[in-house]
Design a protein. Sequence first.
Length: 482
Amino acid sequence: MHFSVPDTQELIDEAGNAYLGYNVHINGLFHCTVRYKQLHNLHEQLVKDLEVPLPSFPPKKFFPLTVNQQEDRRLSLDKYIQTIGQNTSINNSELLNGFLLSAQLESAVGLVEDENVDVFLMNGLKINLDVTVAENSGQILKKVCKQIKLDEKLCPYFSLFIVYQDEENFVVLRKLQDFESPIITQRNMHKMGTRIVIGKWYWDAAFDFEMLNDSVALNLLYIQASAEVERGWIPATEELKRRLNTLKERNAKEEYLEIVRSLKYYGYIQFAPCLCDYPQAGSKVLVSIGKNELNIRIASSEGDQEEVGFKVTRMRCWRITTLHEGNDKYEETPECSLELSFEYLMAKDHLQWITISSEQAILMSVCLQSMIDELLLKNVGGVKNQEVTGKTWTYITRDGYSRTVMGSPSPESFNKNTKENEINARTKTEPIIKKITERFSAVKVKKPNAAKSPIPNQERRCNTDGDLLENNAFCMIGDDDL
């Protein structure tokens, strides 16, 4: 996960006292506003609950903070939360996900109510669900799977996404995760034309064979493959398209999938056209991620395409960078605000940084991390699951109430905060999600001539600089890969 604490805001509690709230952004979008004491309580519980090294937490102060001290604390909290966001064990913990969901619910003004949510299949078929705002992405995914009668054990192979779709475009904006309420996250995006869709979420095509014996899973794979062929994500010759259309008319789903699975870009997520500094600065490229690689197709002036694949096991590390954080005129400039940079082993003893400028850079990073997690899981013989331990944990609200929670918080538990939220809402002169810092925040502001950070080793991962994500699969590279 990519965390950021780009700014703060002054809030007012029920007694009329002012306090400082820290705006937390996750994967490029505002998520919640929390107090120092809430993050401190989270840290103390992480120390007790998880057997992983944690960075030191910014110390308490005995006296009121000066303006400079407030900024120093914000920077320290920013670095702290960036660092824990790089640890997969922490990211997957019920404690962190539960805290983040609780904080998102507390920060959402007037949204704690029942909702009807539409979730779409890739062919546009709509599934209407009765859900609560307090349900996270995993819980809503399970409701979708239950409604379409998908075997529960196959649910972890699918996920919910927020996409933008019109007659000409289909752009994946966000992969929804268990730390967030899809309802709140979609509203926070403030973008017209978005919808929640269900799609597969695995990279190894061998997992397809686990789906083919289930008629519902088979249908989901068929629908997605068919949609990707139609929109051009999976290129096919005109002759092959005619053959595939014939199979569609016959409803020969398995035969259709057998052919499409043999095509180059089956199982890839395609991103909107963007810029890359490889093979040269300003190269116009089309990025796709799948089959353990980040693939770029480079457009030439003659109209031809050159294709280059960067294997994920040869990426030593990567980072997300914001280019002009704080620019309120985002809509008026064609410049991209985000970059994904990765250090790639081009040849033995030759590492090279490659940078992609794209508004989907954070989603690219999420895909790379998911691919690496899957590689490591497969390496130890693990299987995908959604194990829930049911541990209890304590959530402290902004106004100091302490609640013991098991699993996901309920909407009723946050009714006490409605009054404070309404007071704070009236103090705001503009929506939270407006500035570019709040719309596309990432892990670090780019600085001119900044020195490259040292590459951390695996054991000291939690102590690294917050802008680098280490690739734990890099150690799997062998001489045959060089």
